[in-house]
Design a protein around this ligand. Structure first.
Ligand code: ADP
Length: 253
């Protein structure tokens, strides 16, 4: 397995947010973390990436405990796409190239440029490559951030609401691209997402957090209306369409 989260607990200023969270993600698997606002999804991603240090438990990536790795060693293994992107006076090309930094020895190689070019093409950003990122829309910026994480060639990709700023077409493109990247390169990916139907369509596994604990883990076809109701406090029906579960809120009476 690539990621093992081993009984992680975390609190801010003594207020517990995550409690004994444990799960693993294998090569080729895309896991989605679901749950209401403020439940601890971002905090969990930040514990996995060693930005935050768990009070208890440990995170293992590719056989190494992350807290024992240097930032450069982490960057070679873990790509992180945060929810908020900071935009500077940098072209999209340079911003994506920065993702190669953990691999660059003395200077940028032809290989680095080839990898960046490939990411720009697969994200359909050719027309924007020389545009400054502080002149981009939220969705364009989100794609650049995903490109930067991909060219890191990590074993594990962490994505915090990667499609939140994207229109329907771009959401589908990005999720398809992620799916292929995960399958073709044997990566593991963990993303958070609010759109349940999109999440269940593309993820291999879901994990519901409730009050800082794991409430349910399963494959999309295993999701139940009771789980969604219990986690979000919304009564729903689950329908099937082409084998994919569709979560539909019940009409109010
Ligand atoms: P989610 O990603 O599920 O919306 P977060 O992980 O962002 O949730 O937040 C979980 C809880 O921790 C929330 O109650 C939030 O207010 C709190 N929190 C997040 N960041 C901080 C911080 N830096 N300091 C104190 N509390 C925080």
């Amino acid at each position: 397995m690539i990621l093992q989260v081993n009984g992680v607990s975390f609190g801010y200023n003594g207020r517990r947010v995550l409690d004994d969270v444990r799960f693993s993600v294998n090569p080729g698997e895309l896991m989605v973390i679901l749950g209401p606002n403020g439940v601890g999804k971002t905090t969990l991603l930040r514990c996995i990436n060693a930005i935050l240090k768990p009070a208890e438990g440990a995170v293992w990536v590719d056989g190494h405990e992350v807290l024992g790795l240097t930032p450069q060693q982490i960057a070679r293994r873990v790509g992180y796409v945060a929810q908020q992107q900071s935009a500077g006076r940098l072209t999209a090309f340079d911003a994506i190239l920065m993702g190669r930094r953990p691999h660059i020895q003395w200077r940028v190689s032809d290989e680095d440029l080839r990898i960046v070019d490939g990411a720009i093409k697969s994200l359909d950003l050719q027309g924007l490559a020389m545009r400054y990122i502080d002149q981009m829309s939220g969705g364009e910026l989100q794609k650049v951030a995903i490109g930067r994480a991909m060219v890191q060639e990590p074993k594990l990709l962490l994505l915090d609401e990667p499609t939140s700023n994207l229109d329907l077409k771009n959401q589908l493109e990005i999720l398809r691209l992620l799916r292929h990247a995960v399958q073709d390169h044997g990566l593991a990916a963990v993303m958070t997402m609010h759109n349940l139907n999109m999440a269940l369509r593309f993820a291999d596994k879901y994990l519901f957090l409730k009050e800082g604990r794991i409430f349910d883990v399963g494959r999309p076809e295993e999701i139940s209306a009771e789980t969604v109701d219990a986690v979000y406090g919304v009564a729903v029906e689950i329908h099937r369409h082409n084998g994919n579960p569709l979560v539909i809120p019940k009409e109010e009476n």
